[in-house]
Design a protein around this ligand. Structure first.
Ligand code: AMP
Ligand code: MG
Length: 521
């Protein structure tokens, strides 16, 4: 191969037992954490998009990215020396119910790249063809969902939200058949492969599966490997170490979910197989961004009935999921006290993060309990008044503490009747907020800087993603590139980008992919 030759050290494979059988034959895999399986080559791997930031982390320059080899490797048709592909074994609770073995049904890890700075990055193709864990499905992914994963992972990173990253988006030149609405009308759609990048893709469900099977030795090996590989800063031994590790997972999960609540992200499928033990946002599927503020909103049509994964319940669901992880890990503990302490650490961390974010979003030096009430009253006003969450928060930056005026909120409403209904309580709230600002030690420029860094202006609104997808399906990648450029700097208002900071247009109200998303991807 020409150009850059990355170095690989596939620790997961050396630290953990693998499946003796190789290849994609669908099967139950017991006593093993991974199965060797190669990506299935595609007809015509074509690089459609890539992230210069992630390429830089990994050591690829623009010239290496432009080689035919790059598209072949990240489309699943070739390997760099040192890559040893595998699919990971895991289980999970889906919508509250234990689902047994799931595993990487369409994700294949290529290897762990060791960057020049010594950092390890696992490179994983999503949509690379069947694995032992594909069950009845094809192991492929469509272009629309791949664009959504590619754009959102990078957007979240630039928002400051812990997340897996995305290196590349490669078109396969092959069609994938999907029944987008599960209504008996399958359609061929263009296929694609995303290369996701993270220190690790280990999930809560990675531990739940061996625990459910009584495979305590494998469970202990997984815990030890995860600590060594992904939590090297943790010291100590035995149950103390395990307890500290679980507490770290809980703290990171709380921080991640607090960020989701701060920016208005709804994951959509918070099953335990989709929660990373590193506290990284993982598995971008039917996620969505809150527009008209509503804690009960879920983007996932599959979840429309129970609304288990709606915006406002994400912290509770994360806690419930940690409870499942604690249960899975309990055979490694003689005493459950450290696990209980970890769960308590989730609660206290989430409360602390919420207080920190409320202060920053409101532009206060710190938030007291009374300030938290002010914050909640504002959330209620956004909801009752049908305000666009992103635009409403940005509008607050323009409030003059000496003369607060609801006119700054002119452009944020979706429903005029609801707007009218909140004018009186809103006027009162603005008076209270302005009084609080006048009391605060922060000067106006600092206050605005603080608010501007906590309240993004540009987020990956579902309809913005859909516009880019519609163009990409016609062979035009400029919509994706434009979004990449906008979302790289989500907190800084720039000229000419009003479209990307717009309220949801009427055409998107009932358009698939905008107001509703299915798991079909
Ligand atoms: P998800 O809801 O996307 O996180 O997927 C849940 C499980 O279904 C995971 O084990 C996935 O690997 C598997 N899965 C989803 N889509 C496919 C597909 N097209 N082919 C094979 N497995 C899939
Ligand atoms: Mg998943």
């Amino acid at each position: 191969m020409d150009a850059y030759a990355p170095r690989f050290d596939n620790r997961l494979r050396t630290l953990l037992p693998g499946d003796p059988e190789t290849g994609p034959r669908r099967r139950e895999v017991r006593g093993a954490a991974w199965s060797e399986v190669l990506p299935t080559p595609v007809a015509d791997p074509t690089l459609l998009a890539w992230s210069p930031e992630v390429a830089g982390l990994l050591g690829f320059d623009a010239a290496s990215v432009a080689t035919a080899d790059f598209a072949r490797v990240f489309g699943g048709n070739a390997l760099y020396p040192g890559m040893q592909p595998w699919a990971a074994n895991y289980g999970g609770h889906q919508f509250g119910h234990w689902a047994g073995q799931l595993g990487d049904g369409r994700a294949i890890s290529l290897g762990e790249l060791v960057a020049a700075d010594g950092r390890y990055w696992e490179l994983q193709l999503k949509g690379a063809g069947p694995t032992p864990y594909s069950r009845g499905a094809d192991g492929r992914a469509v272009l629309r969902s791949s664009i959504r994963e590619f754009l959102c992972s990078e957007a979240m990173h630039h928002l400051g939200v812990p997340t897996t990253r995305a290196l590349s988006l490669v078109g396969t030149g092959e069609a994938v058949v999907r029944d987008m609405f599960y209504d008996g009308h399958p359609q061929p759609e263009p296929g694609a492969v995303v290369c996701r990048v993270a220190p690790s893709f280990i999930r809560f469900g990675t531990f739940e599966l061996p625990a459910s099977r009584g495979e305590t030795t494998l469970l202990a090996q997984l815990a030890e490997a995860c600590i060594r590989r992904d939590f090297p800063a943790l010291q100590g031994q035995g149950e103390t170490l395990l307890g500290d590790w679980f507490a770290q997972i809980a703290v990171r999960t709380a921080e991640m979910v607090a960020h989701w609540m701060r920016v208005g992200f709804v994951h959509g499928v918070m099953n335990t197989d989709n929660l990373s033990v590193l506290g990284l946002t993982l598995d971008y599927g039917p996620y969505g961004w809150v527009e008209d503020y509503d804690p009960d909103w879920t983007p996932n049509t599959t979840d429309a009935q129970g609304r288990r994964y709606r915006f406002g319940t994400q912290p509770q669901v994360a806690y419930w999921n940690l409870g499942r992880l604690a249960q899975a890990l309990s055979p490694l503990f003689a005493d459950v006290a450290p696990l209980q302490a970890g769960l308590a650490a989730f609660q206290s961390t989430f409360v602390a993060c919420t207080r920190r974010d409320a202060a920053a979003k409101l532009g206060l030096s710190a938030a007291s309990d009374a300030d938290l009430q002010l914050y909640q009253r504002w959330q209620q006003l956004m909801h009752e008044g049908s305000m666009d969450m992103t635009l409403a928060w940005r509008a607050l930056m323009r409030i003059d503490p000496a003369a607060p005026d609801a006119a700054v909120l002119e452009a944020v409403y979706y429903d005029q009747a609801r707007r009218q209904a909140v004018q009186a309580p809103l006027a009162q709230w603005l008076q209270d907020y302005a009084a609080r600002l006048r009391d605060d030690p922060l000067a106006a420029p600092e206050r605005q800087a603080r608010m501007g860094a906590a309240n993004p202006l540009y987020v990956l609104r579902n309809w913005l993603a859909q516009e880019a997808i519609d163009r990409a399906e016609q062979g035009d990648m400029e919509g994706v590139e434009a979004l990449q450029a906008v979302l790289r700097d989500p907190y800084t208002e720039r000229d000419g980008l009003a479209h990307f900071a717009g309220k949801r247009p009427a055409w998107a109200d009932n358009r698939a992919g905008c107001s509703m998303l299915s798991c079909s991807s």
